[in-house]
Every structure is written in structure tokens, then in C-alpha cells.
Design a protein around this ligand. Structure first.
Ligand code: NAD
Length: 362
């Protein structure tokens, strides 16, 4: 493998201070060499935590540094496309926090800047790397739930003061871009299928579009019903119903996935739960979780995958196309919320020519 990848961090705000700085300064195969943030307080705080890094107010100066091989972008959503394109034009590998962009036109500009560059373009759908969701995927592949019938999910965050850009949709705010994108990606990841129909409703209480309800239909007919909110409790939950059982997982509260058989055999279930808890306590996931920044091991795992892909020149998922496809579902959801109608996603797989959304029925 090549020597450590020299990384620049663009955007040293809340998540970078909570997660990325700690992860990147300890990540094997990576060396954090430069930081950029327009806010001098955040820049100073980041420099204090990783002494010896070059610090810039303007990220273009960071991108002009030849020693920076790769960048991790943690900017407000409306700046994602512009920053990713600037980094790609300088030949840098890019790890871009979600979303790829705030609209599909900008997202297509990112894809076209990335196409044929040969650099890594990874999107920050880190939860794919959480062991719980990887177990869910494995159980589905093994057919443990029989034939799948339906899926319910919730991703909500406790109310907190949001930065101004997160309060308006135009600057990238709202539950769809912040939270729903993660579950849309997980649905694509776990079931290995695309979303073909979307119905959505939005509600603005504390900030614009801070809650959303989504109904998705996947290509094979599976129905997914989801609730997202920036103004409720901390919950990140999936429930999968099949003919042979139900599987439930809550990223904040579970040590393992919980399977309920269709007959609700309580005693057997409790026994299995006890054995699973015991296995979890002895297993690596609990300890990874306790030791991880924000108690979430997938941030580190995703960034390690990015660095490994850069060093080994291997293709990586989730990539910018995954970012585009999930964003297309959000665009369809917004169209549905505006029109009150179901929206079909057509032209899947044709990102460059525009994978279109089409209103189909009330
Ligand atoms: N994957 C996850 O689970 C997860 C969790 C939280 C946040 N995020 C993502 O991380 C990103 C940042 O979110 P946040 O909550 O840290 O936001 P934030 O507002 O706290 O941080 C953004 C930072 O960017 C800086 N900035 C603004 N304009 C700039 C510019 N032109 N040049 C340089 N710096 C600039 C701001 O000063 C701020 O420090 C978003 O994309 C968000 O979706 C992802």
C-alpha cells in the first residue's frame, strides 16, 4: 500500500468537532495536514486539537496545496456541490458528507466533474458501515424473515438550536436532506433495490420542513413507511416484517438485531434475547460503540474505507452515484409533498441524462 494519505478537512463545524477531527487524527493510513473554515473560532479550535496542520479561511487555498491528496468536506449543504467540484478539478479524492447537492441539477454537475477522473468520490452514508445494519442485510440475504412484507422506519433527532442554514430548505435545511437521505440509502443498501414510487408529506414546526412522512415502493413491490424529524426524540429505528418473523433494530439502543417469530413465542424469545445480550456484551460491537466518537463506530469505518480506497486504488461504495440516487428520491418526495400526489421515479440508472421524477396519481 502507498504511504499515509494526506488529508484536508473542509468545514470544522459541529460534526467535524464531534467526530471527524478525532477520527482523522488517529486513522491508520491517514494524515490530517490541513483545515479550512471561514469561522476563525472554529478554525482555531480545530488547529488547537490537531497541532501542526495548515489552517485556511478560504478552502480554495487548501485545495491549491499540492501535498493535500484527499479532502473530507463537512460544509453546509448548499456549498457541497461547489466545493466537491472545486476539489475534483484539483485532482483530489473526495469524501463528501451527504447530500451530494441540494438539487439534482447541481448533483449532475458533481457527477460530470467526477466522471473519468479516476479519483475516489465517496458520499458520507456512513451508517452502511454500522454492524447492526450489516447484520440486517445479512439476515435478509439469508431469508431469515421469509418473504418480506413491509418495512417501517423512524429517524428523528431531539430539538436543538440549528444553524441558520439548517432552518431553510433553500440553504439545505429540512428533515429530508438531513435525516431521510440516510434511511433511503440504507433501504437501497439492505434490499439492493431502487425506489420506484414516492409519496410524501412535510410539516414545518420549529424550522422549515423539519418533519416528513414518506411512503416508498421498491422495484419488487416492497413498501417502506418512514417518519423523519429534527424536532422529536433521538431515535433511529428500522422494523422489517416478513412472513416468517419481524426484525427490529434501533441504532441508539440496540446491541444487536432483535428477531420476533410470527407466533410470538415469548419464553423462547426471551431466552434468545438473553443469549444475544450476553453475546453482544462479549462481542466487539458494544465496545466499538462505547469507544467511538458520538458512540457511533460507522463514522470511523466509513472514513477508513475511504482512505483504503485511495491507497489501494479500488472502487468504493457508497459513491457519488449512490448519493445521486438517494437525492433523486428526496427530489421526488418534495414534488409529491407539493402536488399531494404519488411520484414515480423513471429513468433509474440514467443519472447523467437526468433520472426523472413523474407525478403519477393522487
Ligand atoms: N453523516 C452523518 O451522520 C452526519 C451528522 C451530522 C452532520 N453531517 C453533515 O456534516 C456537514 C456539516 O454539518 P454540521 O452540523 O457540522 O454543520 P455546521 O454548520 O456546524 O458546520 C459547517 C461549518 O462549515 C463552515 N463554513 C461555512 N461556509 C464555509 C466556507 N465557504 N468555507 C469554509 N468553511 C465554511 C462553518 O463556519 C461551519 O464551521 C453537513 O453536510 C451535514 O449533513 C453528517
Amino acid at each position: 500500500m502507498s504511504p499515509a494519505v494526506k488529508i484536508g478537512l473542509i468545514g470544522c463545524g459541529r460534526i467535524a468537532q464531534l467526530v471527524h477531527l478525532d477520527v482523522l487524527r488517529r486513522l491508520p493510513g491517514a494524515e490530517l495536514v490541513a483545515l479550512a473554515d471561514v469561522d476563525p473560532r472554529r478554525r482555531r479550535e480545530a488547529s488547537r486539537r490537531v497541532p501542526g496542520t495548515a489552517a485556511f479561511a478560504d478552502y480554495h487555498e487548501l485545495l491549491a496545496r499540492p501535498e493535500v491528496e484527499a479532502v473530507v468536506i463537512c460544509l453546509p449543504h448548499a456549498l457541497h456541490a461547489e466545493a466537491a467540484i472545486a476539489a475534483l478539478q484539483q485532482g483530489k479524492h473526495v469524501y463528501l458528507e451527504k447530500p451530494l447537492a441540494t438539487n439534482l441539477d447541481d448533483a449532475r454537475r458533481v457527477l460530470s466533474a467526477w466522471r473519468d477522473t479516476g479519483v475516489v468520490g465517496m458520499i458520507g452514508f456512513n451508517y452502511r458501515f454500522n454492524a447492526l445494519y450489516q447484520t440486517v442485510k445479512q439476515y435478509i440475504q439469508e431469508g431469515k424473515l421469509g418473504e418480506l412484507v413491509s418495512v417501517r422506519s423512524v429517524f428523528s433527532a431531539a430539538p436543538r438550536a440549528l444553524p441558520a442554514w439548517k432552518q431553510q430548505r433553500q440553504s439545505g435545511g429540512g428533515a429530508l436532506l438531513d435525516l431521510a437521505l440516510h434511511h433511503i440509502d440504507l433501504v437501497r443498501f439492505v434490499f439492493e433495490q431502487e425506489v420506484c414510487e414516492v409519496f410524501a408529506q412535510l410539516r414545518s414546526q420549529r424550522s422549515e420542513d423539519d418533519s416528513a412522512v414518506l411512503h416508498l415502493r421498491l422495484v419488487d413491490g416492497l413498501l417502506v413507511q418512514s417518519f423523519f424529524s429534527l424536532s422529536a426524540i433521538e431515535e433511529d429505528r428500522f422494523e422489517l416484517y416478513g412472513t416468517a418473523g419481524k426484525l427490529a433494530v434501533d441504532r441508539h439502543r440496540s446491541f444487536n438485531v432483535e428477531i420476533t417469530d410470527p407466533a410470538c413465542a415469548h419464553r423462547a424469545r426471551l431466552g434468545r434475547l438473553g443469549r444475544r445480550m450476553w453475546a453482544a456484551l462479549r462481542g466487539p460491537y458494544l465496545w466499538d460503540k462505547l469507544l467511538a466518537p458520538r458512540r457511533e463506530p460507522s463514522y470511523r469505518a466509513a472514513l477508513l474505507q475511504f482512505v483504503t480506497a485511495v491507497r489501494t486504488n479500488l472502487a468504493v461504495r457508497p459513491n457519488f452515484q449512490d448519493g445521486y440516487r438517494s437525492l433523486a428520491v428526496v427530489a421526488a418526495a418534495e414534488q409529491s409533498a407539493r402536488t399531494g400526489r404519488m411520484v414515480a421515479l423513471t429513468g433509474l440508472g440514467e443519472e447523467d441524462s437526468g433520472g426523472r421524477a413523474q407525478t403519477v396519481r393522487a
